[in-house]
Design a protein around this ligand. Structure first.
Ligand SMILES: NC(=O)c1ccc[n+]([C@@H]2O[C@H](COP(=O)([O-])OP(=O)(O)OC[C@H]3O[C@@H](n4cnc5c(N)ncnc54)[C@H](OP(=O)(O)O)[C@@H]3O)[C@@H](O)[C@H]2O)c1
Length: 317
């Protein structure tokens, strides 16, 4: 089968496309014939091997050389002990370790998958998993009238966090590069902050929820931008901040403000909930450019250059 290959960490130049053996599903796995995959910030981190947590899948080089986390496709075969899915079922989901999806076939445990709603295309379904599940968990408990700030709002996850917070009735401030302002307002932002010219952490006592996808400020600094009872959720960012925020989360008790790391579980229930929101038209993943599997090096070049708005999609023939 054809597959995207990344046998070392580096820039988009390490990405190639080659023939590799088709995976054989274990008894408790399904084999998916991939129809579409989408790229996330985590694919860029797994390409570079940075931040450090991106090397959990291989310290010196990726253990699985096929990148790709979010997929939609058709079940081509089911292992003997699989009861949930059968050949021909249309599914979508996020793969373990965020790898293996940029190929014609991938074998995966069925618990990471949900059924693709018939009204969604494979590209739309492939755009949902990681970004949608981040948005779903990051906006849990947001109430109408809450003030929500999303830092790193223009990327794969942030665009959906903005859209879902808006759907829940929040007043949303989106932080990203100035040239993404129209994209952010289109996603549902009421206010847009250009991170190069304004530091949102100076907004004292303003937000009920801060969702940070590119954290690089100390927990003590972001804490001050929260209103009483508000919470700061670190989703992604520097490893040092991950550790500092995790430590602060344990000790922030008395202030009524919470600062913590949001660990987003891979959950079929969450996938189904987000897909239902998309089917209902409550939110829509923003699709950036589409590429074919053979054009994967160009897709990674765009991801690495950070020129994308929303999700880059790779169609698999
Ligand atoms: N917590 C969890 O369980 C979990 C699960 C999955 C993924 N993640 C993490 O989630 C993170 C975000 O993912 P994503 O897919 O949304 O990333 P993404 O698509 O790369 O989006 C990041 C956005 O932040 C912008 N940005 C860069 N520097 C900024 C700054 N200083 N201030 C404000 N915005 C800035 C980027 O703009 P430019 O493109 O112009 O640079 C981009 O629009 C990743 O680190 C990933 O590992 C966490």
């Amino acid at each position: 089968m054809r597959a995207v290959i990344q046998d070392r960490y580096g820039t988009a130049e390490v990405i190639g496309v080659d023939d590799v053996p088709r995976p054989v599903p274990a008894d408790d796995e399904v084999l998916i014939e991939v129809r579409a995959a989408s790229l996330n910030g985590s694919d860029r981190e797994n390409l570079a091997g940075s931040p450090f947590y991106a090397r959990l899948n291989g310290l010196r080089r990726p253990r699985n050389p096929v990148p790709g986390s979010d997929v939609a496709g058709v079940v081509a075969a089911a292992g003997r002990s699989v009861t949930e899915y059968a050949e021909g079922d249309e599914v979508f989901g996020e793969l373990a370790g965020y790898r293996g999806g940029l190929a014609e076939y991938v074998a995966t445990p069925p618990r990471l998958l949900a059924r693709k709603p018939p009204s969604l295309s494979f590209a739309e379904a492939a755009a949902i998993p990681q970004a949608g599940c981040i948005a779903y968990r990051a906006t849990r408990g947001v109430r109408p009238g809450d003030r929500v700030l999303v830092n790193g709002a223009g990327g794969a996850g942030g665009s959906l966090v903005v859209a879902l917070a808006k759907h829940l009735g929040a007043a949303v401030t989106a932080v990203d590069r100035a040239d993404k302002a129209d994209h952010l307002r289109g996603a549902g932002a009421d206010d847009v902050v250009d991170f190069a010219s304004e530091d949102w952490a100076d907004h004292r006592d303003r937000y009920d929820r801060i969702v940070d996808l590119v954290a690089h400020r100390s927990p003590y600094r972001v804490h001050r931008a929260l209103r009483a009872g508000g919470s700061y959720l670190m989703v992604g960012g520097r490893t040092r901040m991950l550790l500092a925020t995790a430590a602060a989360g344990w000790s922030a008790g008395g202030s009524g403000k919470r600062v913590k790391v949001l660990v987003v579980p891979q959950s079929r229930a969450d996938l189904e909930a987000v897909a239902a929101l998309v089917v209902d038209g409550a939110v829509a993943p923003v699709l950036d450019r589409a590429y074919s599997l053979e054009q994967a090096p160009a897709a990674f070049a765009r991801l690495a250059a950070e020129d994308h708005l929303g999700k880059i999609v790779v169609h698999v023939p």
